[in-house]
Design a binder for this molecule. Structure first.
Ligand code: 5GP
Ligand code: ZN
Length: 115
């Protein structure tokens, strides 16, 4: 837990969020500025800066994040129409919060990747 880190503070309950799912190792909440009809952020409770840092140190947590995404997709009625899971990594991808987070986007037809 870093008191400097926005998502550590959200996980700790020091800052408010709209929580949609929690497990022993993961925490999921609605994005403040949704980029799709449904936009949820899924984070490990533990602090890692990005997906590669996480994979190098606690790879099982990548599985935990993905399983949480599947549960949330069921819960939100997205499993059948489908949804997108994204890790922005570094500046060119637009990563702004350096506590690894999986974006779950869906609830409408999404555009293709690109610029
Ligand atoms: P990134 O651009 O780093 O991949 O994604 C960071 C995401 O966090 C953005 O989609 C942004 O809207 C979201 N975000 C930033 N600050 C907050 C906050 O205080 N609360 C919530 N719920 N989402 C936030
Ligand atoms: Zn953190």
């Amino acid at each position: 837990m870093s008191s400097e880190c926005l998502f550590c503070r959200i996980v700790a309950g020091e800052l408010p969020s709209t929580v949609v799912h929690e497990t022993e190792t993961t925490f999921a909440f609605r994005d403040l500025h949704p980029q799709a009809a449904t936009h949820i952020l899924i984070v490990p409770r533990a602090h890692y800066r990005d997906a590669v840092d996480l994979a190098g140190n606690q790879p099982e947590l990548l599985g935990d994040l993905t399983l949480a995404a599947g549960r949330i997709a069921e819960q939100e009625g997205l499993a059948e129409p489908g949804y997108r899971l994204v890790f922005n990594t570094g500046a060119h991808a637009g990563q702004t919060v350096f506590h690894v987070h999986m974006h779950l986007l869906g609830g409408e037809q999404l555009g293709l990747f690109g610029r």
